[in-house]
Design a protein around this ligand. Structure first.
Ligand SMILES: Nc1nc2c(c(=O)[nH]1)N[C@H]1C(S)=C(S)[C@@H](COP(=O)(O)OP(=O)(O)OC[C@H]3O[C@@H](n4cnc5c(=O)[nH]c(N)nc54)[C@H](O)[C@@H]3O)O[C@H]1N2
Ligand SMILES: Nc1nc2c(c(=O)[nH]1)N[C@H]1C(S)=C(S)[C@@H](COP(=O)(O)OP(=O)(O)OC[C@H]3O[C@@H](n4cnc5c(=O)[nH]c(N)nc54)[C@H](O)[C@@H]3O)O[C@H]1N2
Ligand SMILES: [Mo]
Length: 766
């Protein structure tokens, strides 16, 4: 990583004029029209609608513009004036559309009509809703419920999610995988095991009370940009911010607040991270062991002066398992830590000293920890570090996984889970008079395995772009067509709509920015943010087409067409008035949701509580549990000559599989996503030159050939032995068998690959 000059990078800060231009470049025509401005003004504010992008908090004391570059992009993307109508589908066969790029598919705009796939012409043809519900319902009745998958992407509201999970269970399965299975499932499993609550323990106000923050593998500048405001305030307060990330992400380095006229005009920027360390992908376990090693050493030293660094009172009263962990930490050598982390003892000790000196510490993390074969250990060890000094369950301290989709956490809260033991099934049984299935359902990876093996006969997608987001795309797409029935509920056309089962429907729904008019009047919905706060969302825009139904109405329509009537389940009444659905949620989940309808408009949302924050540990031992790791690297495959660890990354111009444009401004990569990033020293070793076009091939030792061709080599500041390239283009390279052992989260941040210096220049997307 010698010379910065030779690598692609961006000189400006995150935020600043670049972020304003970033919005304008994509939405030139649609921004800033009065209607768009009016809608953006209502974003993330009490009484307004909640952003469809990330799950960051919607604070009670909001800014005049409580949206960021990427939130604005997400909203404007939904508000587009483009329409993907039956005329469009009449012009193109599905086979033809499969050759299109993701970007071009979504560019067609909002879906307008329910569509049924016609195998005779290989085209989608408009149909009416009743016909769609009737056929899907009668097909579902013929299938074994255990062979049907009910997937959801983390956007659907609490109301929709609750009904969806109820529908699946009344139908007869717990096959409710969620985008969370590819994302923070590692968190849900690890935090549940070690602190007894599967979500983060901090709330928004803690950010203004801490002395230090440790950031592992979360890219704030692109993925939760509104977090930059409290981060900037923290930095100005002198909070130490220590970051471990293989990539030097701009948002974690410098920020200029685009909402501050002074900062915009003077170009003043705030340094965010006080230390920034480019750890090897998968090297975080070693870093965390190193930090803890230094903490124990500092504690030994303090003891000689009658003091302690460890919070011994907390450890004694609240934790179990320290002895075994401490023995392991003391036994591990600095050589091993340095090798696995790629960082020197001095650097790790420097970071650890910040931890030793700080009284109140928050640990923040994202996909850099969760998407590894030993992601569980990553998360558990981060908790170990915090436990050593009692940094959970005090103001200004805690663990903070930054969740992805805007309601992904909430979906799990209201019953979308393949794990029946996490759901109060007895309550469901009493409330709705049925016998819910008790057998564990399939998660995302298991659903993929089931599709490959032929066990899965039908796939229902409530949003998302499953085929594009999962590993092993090539094999998955081939297997997909063997299913009997596939149904996708969506706002825009994507790849998953173009790989069809024998019978396939594409059902268009209202977006969250659009008015949802039902019998009792306009309806509001609700969601939960990353800090477990729950808010109402009320939208006012005219729907993109008069033929759209709300997600609630679609789920209820299908349920009615599939299930036998049950007087305790009032699908029609619920669709007519969503407040009645919230009453049902409040009954099933009374502890969290009592008084739901009244409390949902609380500015800043209402808190559903977190036992670990109260230092009540709902774990097996009744205490917070130290974990002794079995491995020193989060990577589940060995090192070999020519083998790289590929990080699949998000650009600043995308939301997951939705590609807004081709400018990854904050990393200085413009105009294309078909790139492979590599450091200059590795380039030399591999005999590559800048601009050369290469392929990446799988090096997973499972005999399966996987290749993505047509990638241009770009020198970039990265640790040795690793490469960077974009998600989802790289997903064909990910082996389905590479997932976190405990949670089955696919290991997207270390994919074993080799570089093939190819002469061919075929397109990457296919
Ligand atoms: N604009 C925008 N916002 C989004 C999304 C989006 O695509 N676009 N997606 C949403 C969703 S669903 C999610 S889950 C979140 C994702 O948000 P993040 O959690 O930030 O996920 P990524 O961008 O995939 O990767 C996070 C960081 O991990 C680093 N990293 C990779 N490997 C390692 C490692 O081994 N160790 C460490 N320490 N770091 C590593 C990468 O360099 C990157 O900076 O964002 C949400 N918000
Ligand atoms: N290699 C690699 N793979 C990854 C990741 C990675 O970092 N690397 N990240 C993983 C993560 S964290 C996640 S969360 C998954 C994401 O996986 P998904 O959640 O399945 O994918 P998205 O791209 O978010 O889904 C986009 C589609 O959702 C639809 N949509 C948008 N708004 C709405 C709405 O309001 N209602 C409905 N019904 N549909 C809507 C649109 O049609 C759009 O095309 O991908 C995972 N895959
Ligand atoms: Mo995610």
């Amino acid at each position: 990583m010698s010379s910065e000059e030779k690598t692609a990078h961006y000189d400006g800060p995150s935020g600043g004029w670049g972020s304003v231009r970033g919005i304008a470049r994509i939405f030139g025509k649609e921004w800033p029209t009065p209607l768009a401005t009016e809608t953006l003004f209502r974003q993330n504010k009490p009484g307004g609608f909640m952003c469809v992008s990330c799950s960051w908090a919607k604070p009670a004391n909001y800014h005049p513009f409580e949206f960021c570059e990427n939130g604005a992009k997400a909203t404007l993307w939904e508000l587009t004036t483009q329409r993907c109508s039956p005329e469009f589908f009449a012009k193109h066969t599905v086979t033809e559309l499969r050759e299109w790029k993701d970007y071009d598919l979504e560019q067609q705009g909002r879906l307008t009509h329910p569509m049924r796939y016609d195998p005779a012409t290989d085209k989608y043809v408009a149909c009416d809703w009743d016909e769609a519900f009737r056929e899907i319902g009668s097909e579902l009745k013929l299938l074994d419920p255990k062979s049907v998958i009910f997937y959801s992407s983390g956007r659907a509201s609490l109301e929709t999610s609750y009904l969806y999970a109820l529908f699946a269970r009344m139908y007869g399965c717990n096959n409710l995988p969620d985008s969370s299975n590819m994302c923070h499932e590692t968190t849900s499993v690890a935090l549940k095991k070690v602190i007894g609550a599967g979500v983060g323990t901090i709330v928004f106000d803690d950010l203004s009370k801490c002395d230090a923050m440790f950031f592992f593998g979360q890219n704030t500048g692109s993925n939760s940009p509104r977090f930059l405001h409290p981060l900037q305030e923290a930095a100005k307060r002198g909070v130490q911010i220590v970051t471990f990330n293989p990539v030097r992400e701009k948002g974690l380095e410098f920020f200029t607040n685009p909402q501050s006229p002074v900062e915009m005009l003077t170009g003043k920027e705030t340094r965010i991270s006080t230390q920034y360390h480019q750890v090897r992908p998968g090297g975080d376990i070693a870093v965390l062991m190193g930090i803890c090693k230094h903490v124990f050493a500092a504690d030994d030293e303090a003891k000689t002066q009658g003091k302690r660094v460890l919070d011994t009172g907390f450890i004694e009263q609240h934790t179990s398992g320290l002895e075994e962990f401490e023995a392991k930490v003391r036994a591990i050598s600095w050589e091993e830590i340095e090798h696995e982390s790629g960082l020197s003892q001095q650097i790790i000790e420097g970071a650890a000293q910040v931890y030793v000196e700080a009284d109140r510490v928050i640990g923040v993390y994202g996909m850099g920890l969760t998407q590894h074969m030993h992601g569980f250990e990553n998360v558990a060890l981060f908790v170990n570090m915090l436990l050593l000094k009692g940094n959970i369950g005090r103001d200004g301290t805690g663990i903070s996984p930054v969740r992805g989709h805007s309601n992904v956490q909430g979906q799990r809260t209201v019953g979308i889970s393949e794990k029946p033991d996490l759901v109060p099934l007895d309550k469901y049984a009493a409330q709705f008079g049925f016998d819910p299935p008790r057998e564990k359902g399939m998660n995302t990876v298991e659903a993929c395995e089931g599709i490959l093996s032929g066990k899965v006969k039908s796939f229902f997608g409530l949003g998302g772009n499953f085929v594009r987001a999962i590993p092993e795309r090539g094999r998955m797409e081939d297997a997909w067509t063997t299913m009997r029935l596939t149904v996708q509920v969506a706002t825009k056309l994507n790849r998953s709509h173009l790989v069809n089962g024998e019978i396939a429907y594409l059902l268009p729904c209202l977006g969250r920015t659009e008015e949802d008019m039902q019998l009792s009047g306009p309806q509001s919905v609700s969601m939960e943010d990353t800090f477990s706060h729950i808010y109402g969302s009320l939208a006012k825009r005219k729907p993109a087409s008069e033929h759209l139904l709300s997600e609630v109405a679609i789920v209820a329509g299908l349920a009615k067409a599939t299930l036998s009537p049950n007087p305790m389940v009032k699908w029609d009444e619920w669709v007519g008035n969503y407040a009645l659905i919230r009453d049902q949620i409040a009954e099933t989940y009374s502890e969290e949701f009592h008084g739901f309808n009244e409390r949902m408009w609380t500015p800043g949302g209402f808190y559903r509580g977190n036992s670990a924050r109260e230092r009540i540990w709902k774990t097996k031992s009744g205490k917070a549990e130290f974990t002794t790791p079995k491995t020193m690297t989060a990577v589940g495959f060995g090192e070999a000559p020519g083998r790289y660890r590929l990080i699949t990354m998000r650009s600043n111009d995308q939301f997951n599989t939705t590609i807004y444009g081709f400018s990854d401004r904050l990393r200085g990569i413009e105009g294309t996503r078909d790139v492979v990033l590599i450091n200059p020293a590795e380039m030399k070793r591999a005999n590559l030159r800048e601009g050369q076009v290469v392929s990446l091939v799988s090096d997973a030792e499972d005999g399966i050939e996987r290749e993505v061709a047509g990638l241009t080599v770009v020198p970039f500041s990265l640790p040795d032995g690793c490469l960077g390239a974009y998600y989802p283009e790289m997903n064909p390279l990910m082996p389905l068998s590479h997932f976190d052992e405990q949670s089955k989260t696919p290991a997207a941040k270390s994919v074993p690959v080799r570089i093939r210096a190819a002469s061919k220049t075929s397109c990457v997307t296919d």
